[in-house]
Ligand binder design. Structure first.
Ligand code: PLP
Length: 393
């Protein structure tokens, strides 16, 4: 076992955990799927909804542009970007769709990705590639992975002279791995290949600096690990790549005459009437984490995630998917038997953690957020042990 990282903090951190609105009768180890919003952030979200309903015309027509600009500026500082490079979108799926459906590909062109990608993102690219006669290639990145460089090398083995786009998760959905996206983007840029990073799980879980990552396009969710209200995400488009994008929804901003804004802003800032409160809650989510010493919370969560991983590894003879340095607050660990052996996790034990087969390996994916405790991990390990024993009986 690698040595556990030292953290001056350990979970539980009661002053933080008390803010979450989760049902106390469940063991919630799945922050990764849809996040969970702490009360001060949720209250801010509801505040904006009430402001909207008090005078919808004044709110949307007069206040909203300045509010959204301020929210974008705060998010941009958090992401190491400029506000002009960002637009809010409802979710990462939407962000990937904008890019994938904008890029013009020729028959035979290739979009390269891995076999660790999220299903809806795979579908988005396949849909677009099929329409244009291009090929979508899920390059295998076999496990156990030696180190991050192995990911770059194995992905790069799939690059050909027809590769136009590399699409890659920053933190993968089924396997929870932090992929070395900056190195991939650097090599891709040298090779003239467009990069699209799916950072659905990254904001709030790891530090982000859009300039240092160097992607052409990057989409990330605020409603997962940054814990904003649901329906808040962003699309980053580097200034020199913005002209490649088309609006997914055509509205007033298309073909705008005498605009004082960029085309990127005009295309994506207004896509029809909607509730912008989730976008405005992102500022409260950033503030909440800043007020609660989030680097320490994250370190404590990471430590407990690794404890969970090691205890779960003991249940089977299967090797870990990667070194520990490739995980943050989300870990995926192989289990004995088949994923179907553990169907009672929710109904019998009231534990929420996804268990599924990935590339023939049964995996449990564990999320650790500020509200989780070592007791939650105990419950999961005990339940899986019991179900594993029943399987053998
Ligand atoms: C890697 C990855 N990409 C994209 C998404 C889609 O996120 P959303 O449903 O917020 O669009 C997810 C959701 O879990 C994900 O894990």
């Amino acid at each position: 076992m690698d040595s556990l990282p030292s953290s001056p903090f350990s979970l539980p951190l009661p002053d933080v955990a008390a803010h979450y609105l989760l049902d106390p009768d469940i063991t919630f180890l799945n922050h990764g799927s849809f996040g969970a919003c702490p009360q001060p952030v949720f209250e801010r979200y509801q505040h904006w909804q009430r402001e909207l309903e008090r005078n919808p015309v004044a709110f949307i027509g007069r206040q909203l542009p300045d509010l959204l600009r301020a929210a974008r500026e705060q998010l941009a500082r958090y992401l190491g970007a400029t506000a002009d490079e960002l637009t809010f979108v409802p979710n990462a799926t939407h962000g990937v769709n904008i890019v994938a459906r904008s890029l013009k590909l020729k028959p035979g062109d290739e979009v390269l990705t891995t076999d660790h990608e999220y299903g809806a993102v795979n579908n988005t690219w396949r849909f677009n590639c099929e329409k244009q006669g291009a090929r979508y290639i899920n390059q295998p990145i076999p496990t156990p992975i030696q180190d991050p460089q192995a990911v770059v090398d194995q992905l790069w083995a799939g690059v050909t002279e027809r590769t136009r786009v590399i699409s890659l998760s920053h933190i993968t959905s089924p396997t929870a791995l932090i992929f070395p996206v900056a190195e991939v983007c650097r090599r891709a840029r040298e090779a003239g290949i467009i990069t699209v990073i799916d950072g659905a799980h990254a904001p709030g879980q790891i530090d982000l600096d859009m300039g240092a990552i160097g992607a052409d396009f990057y989409t990330g969710n605020a409603h997962k690990w940054l814990s904003s209200a649901k329906g808040a995400a962003f699309l980053y488009a580097r200034a020199d790549r913005q002209a490649l994008l088309e609006p997914l929804v055509v509205s007033h901003g298309w073909n705008r005459q005498n605009s004082t804004q960029s085309q990127f802003f005009d295309y994506f800032n207004w896509t029809g009437t909607d509730d912008p409160s989730a976008y405005l809650s992102v500022a409260a989510a950033i503030d909440f984490q800043a007020e609660h010493n989030w680097p320490a919370v994250r370190a404590a969560c990471h430590q407990l995630a690794l404890v969970a991983h090691h205890r779960l590894l003991e249940l089977s003879d299967r090797p870990p998917l990667s070194p520990e340095s490739m995980w943050a607050q989300l870990v995926a660990t192989p289990l004995p038997g088949r994923a179907a052996d553990y169907q009672a996790l929710w109904d019998r034990y009231r534990i929420i953690a996804p268990i599924f087969e990935w590339n023939g390996i049964p995996l449990v994916r564990v999320s650790i957020q500020a509200y989780n405790t070592p007791r939650d991990v105990d419950r999961l390990v005990d339940a899986l042990t019991e179900m594993g024993t029943e399987r053998k009986a």
